[in-house]
Design a protein around this ligand. Structure first.
Ligand SMILES: Nc1ncnc2c1ncn2[C@@H]1O[C@H](COP(=O)(O)OP(=O)(O)OP(=O)(O)O)[C@@H](O)[C@H]1O
Length: 526
């Protein structure tokens, strides 16, 4: 095996930090327990286990640092002391040489740097395990930031991931407790997360989508991607100017309304989640700035779009309904929602689930509404759900993590921030859009392009389906499939008819209203 030296290093670092104790003491087998005791002789392992694990990950390098950061967000799996400590891991590594950076950029551009850049800063502005960023100016005067993927990072990651996968398999095989931590699932999630971050083309596409979505809200700026200079390894984008969100004093001195900034942060997040179902999921303070330019004063600036979350209509509905039921303390409804949506097995007893959810949530509601952490509530809900065999969807874990970040940031800016009153209108508007006239109008609009496509073809499709069914009755063709098709077509026709009828009523009603108003005005003028 090619990876022996790396494996030996990992084993040595883990032993030095007493990680063997952490693992071996989990086993109940007397031999393994004895081994743990023998190995602990002569070593001083005073530091708490979380600190030792953090130090071991830092020593093992960037991939383990990232792995630790991801683990720290899985509070539904990790004990709190370990999760807290891992959250402190810093992803800062020395930069690679600027000569190498130039070489990589030139390879990606297919031209010398000077052909594209009027100026290029050799010293990177930031350097992390996956990429580093340089500033420059294009010949047309545009100021840009250039993100360059660290060379060879893919190979290192794949090798380390292979080892992590082997470790996870062993852990699952050897210990029931280890299985409960779902190591293979966690490593697979980490694998996806890293590979998403490694494709800068994907990051650029995420940024472009977010920029389009946020256009018109006037609260968040996203750098423009310069597509014809970018590739999977090099990303060239508009350079943004702002003050890091962590420098609150500087922002206050510049006249920024800090409580409004806190509210805007929540508005942006809930717009991304409930309106667009597409959210920036790496909202740590290092990725957020605030503009002080007069034209865009106190707008947020987002950077780093490697990790985004997406939610489909079902996820959104689940979330909105759960949040609303929570805040009405209607735990029976929360339990029913879990069962209806198929999140828990249908055999689950609603009253048992209701009781478990009540036990989790009631302590939170002892506080004033503004002090309730939605992120915490969601996390505790996920923890409870696991007891009832619920597989939490990764996008919801991402959302919960981002919610905690947004809340943390919001409360840091303004301890009085009432997150709920900022979030409530979004949920209510969203619910309104799902039911009532606005929902119908919206659905009609959405379906409109399909009428033109389906209506003319409907008689022919019906005819074909009937003929196929007749054929099936006389022994040829697939009778069940034809019947299904026919039923689907009839259902589609009934649905379309209903929609058209409603639309007809709406138009008629509107016309009658206009005519009556005109008659009334005329009568008043006579
Ligand atoms: N468009 C930009 N305009 C101005 N500065 C930028 C821009 N893009 C990146 N930077 C600077 O580079 C730093 C790192 O960028 P980014 O977060 O995208 O890289 P990263 O390698 O993913 O880092 P990390 O993983 O630590 O977040 C930012 O904190 C910011 O200072």
């Amino acid at each position: 095996m090619r990876n022996w030296p790396r494996l030996a290093l990992i084993a040595w670092v883990m032993l030095r930090h007493g990680m063997d104790q952490l693992v071996l003491t989990q086993f109940s087998h007397p031999l393994l327990r004895l081994l743990a005791r023998v190995l602990s002789v002569g070593r001083r392992l005073d530091a708490p286990r979380g600190v030792r694990l953090r130090l071991a990950f830092e020593r093992l390098g960037p991939i383990f640092v990232k792995f630790g950061q991801v683990l720290s967000t899985r509070r539904d799996l990790m004990p709190p002391d370990i999760a807290d400590e891992l959250a402190r891991l810093q992803d800062r590594v020395p930069p690679f040489s600027s000569a190498l950076a130039r070489q990589l950029i030139e390879k990606s551009l297919g031209r010398p740097i000077e052909a594209v850049f009027a100026q290029f800063d050799a010293d990177p502005v930031a350097s992390a395990s996956i990429a580093q960023v340089h500033f420059g100016v294009l010949h047309d005067g545009r100021q840009v930031a250039v993100k360059v993927l660290r060379p060879g990072v893919l190979e290192v990651i794949d090798a380390d991931l292979g080892l992590l996968r082997t470790g996870a398999r062993w852990l699952e095989r050897l210990s029931a407790d280890g299985r409960r931590l779902r190591p293979r699932e966690v490593v697979a999630e980490f694998d996806k997360y890293l590979h998403d971050e490694l494709d800068l083309g994907r990051e650029a596409a995420n940024a472009a989508q977010l920029r389009r979505n946020m256009d018109g809200l006037d609260l968040l700026m996203v750098p423009e991607m310069i597509w014809d200079l970018s590739s999977a390894e090099v990303l060239v984008m508009e350079r943004m100017f702002g003050v890091p969100i962590s420098q609150v004093e500087r922002l206050r001195e510049a006249g920024v309304d800090i409580p409004k900034l806190a509210r805007d942060g929540v508005t942006i997040f809930f717009t991304q989640v409930f309106r667009d179902g597409f959210f920036h999921a790496d909202m740590h303070p290092g990725n957020i700035m605030v503009s002080l330019a007069p034209a865009t004063f106190q707008r947020y600036i987002a950077l780093d779009f490697g990790i985004v979350g997406t939610l489909d209509a079902r996820d959104k509905e689940y979330l909105a309904q759960n949040f609303l039921a929570f805040f009405q303390r209607d735990y029976r409804r929360v339990a029913e929602l879990h069962i209806e949506s198929g999140w828990v097995p249908p055999t689950t007893r609603a009253d048992e689930l209701e009781g478990a959810i009540r036990a989790v949530c009631e302590p939170h509601f002892d506080r004033p509404l503004k002090d309730i952490s939605l992120g915490q509530v969601l996390m505790r809900l996920f923890q409870t759900s696991r007891r009832f065999n619920v597989e939490i969807q990764p996008q919801l874990v991402l959302l919960q993590k981002t919610l905690l970040n947004v809340e943390g940031l919001g409360r840091q800016l303004d301890p009085e921030l009432d997150l709920w009153s900022t979030a409530k209108p979004f949920l209510e508007r969203w619910m309104n859009e799902q039911i009532g006239w606005r929902a119908l109008a919206h659905q009609l609009r959405q379906e409109a392009p399909r009428y033109a496509q389906y209506l003319p073809a409907l008689p022919r499709l019906l005819h074909d389906a009937l003929k196929a069914q007749a054929g099936a009755a006389s022994g040829s063709g697939d009778a069940a499939a034809s019947r299904e098709l026919l039923q689907a077509l009839l259902a589609e026709q009934r649905r379309t008819n209903r929609m058209l009828q409603t639309a007809g009523w709406l138009v008629t009603g509107f016309l009658l209203g206009v005519v009556s108003a005109a008659l009334l005005v005329r009568w008043m003028m006579l």
